[in-house]
Design a protein around this ligand. Structure first.
Ligand code: COA
Length: 166
C-alpha cells in the first residue's frame, strides 16, 4: 500500500491546499493530512478547529484521513509507515525552503521521499495569511477557501467595524 502524508499548518486550509490533497489522493492508496501543532506559530485557529475544517473540506474523498502531529515530520512519517511526503510548490520562492526541508527529512528518515506537486496556476499566489488578512477586513474569501468553511472563517476573523451584521 502506498501511503502519503500532506503536512502543513493549515491555518486555515485553502483551495490551494485542497487541490494538492485531491491530486495526492489520486496518486496514493492512503493520504494523511497532517496538521502541525506548533505552539511557536501562534495560529489563528486551534488544532481542533483546523482539523474540523479540513475534515469537512475533504469529506467525500474516501482515502484521505486527517490527524494532528507534533515533533518531527520524519518521525511522524515513520510512525505512519508513509513512503511519501507530499508538498505543494507555488513559486520559485518556495523552492529553497522546501528543498532544505526535503533534504533534512530524507536524512532523518531514509524510508520516506518528498514529492512536490506544482500548484495549479489559479492558486499560485494564495496563502493562509492572505486569506486571513482579507477576511479580517470583511473581504470576500469565497474564491480562496472551500465553500463549506468560508462563512466560519469570515465570521471568526472579521473585525467588528468591518462586519455588516454588527
Ligand atoms: N496552496 C496555498 N497555500 C499554500 C500551499 C498551497 N498549495 N502550500 C503552502 N501554502 C502556504 C500556506 O498557506 C502557508 O501560508 P502562511 O505562511 O501564510 O500561513 C505557507 O504556505 C506555508 O504553510 P504550510 O504548507 O502549512 O507549511 P508550514 O511551513 O507551515 O509547515 C511543515 C511545514 C509542517 C511541513 C514543517 O514545518 C514541519 O515538518 N514541521 C515539523 C517539525 C519538523 O520536522 N521540522 C524539521 C523539518 S526539516
Amino acid at each position: 500500500m502506498r501511503r502519503a502524508i500532506c503536512p502543513g499548518s493549515f491555518d486555515p486550509i485553502t483551495l490551494g491546499h485542497l487541490d494538492i490533497i485531491q491530486r495526492a489522493a489520486l496518486m496514493f492508496d492512503r493520504v494523511t493530512v497532517a496538521v502541525l501543532v506548533n505552539p511557536e506559530k501562534n495560529p489563528s485557529f486551534t488544532a481542533d478547529e483546523r482539523l474540523d475544517m479540513i475534515r469537512r473540506a475533504v469529506r467525500g474523498i474516501s482515502n484521505v484521513e486527517v490527524e494532528c502531529f507534533d515533533g518531527l515530520l520524519a518521525d511522524y512519517a515513520r510512525q505512519k509507515n508513509a513512503q511519501v511526503i507530499v508538498r505543494g510548490l507555488r513559486a520559485v520562492t518556495d523552492f529553497e525552503y522546501e528543498f532544505q526541508m526535503a533534504l533534512a527529512n530524507r536524512k532523518m528518515n531514509m524510508d520516506a521521499d518528498t514529492v512536490f506537486l506544482t500548484t495549479s496556476a489559479q492558486y499560485m499566489y494564495l496563502s493562509s495569511s492572505m486569506v486571513k488578512s482579507i477576511a479580517c477586513f470583511g473581504g470576500d474569501i469565497s474564491d480562496f477557501v472551500p465553500e463549506c468553511i468560508c462563512g466560519e472563517i469570515s465570521q471568526r476573523l472579521c473585525m467588528p467595524r468591518f462586519n455588516d451584521e454588527s
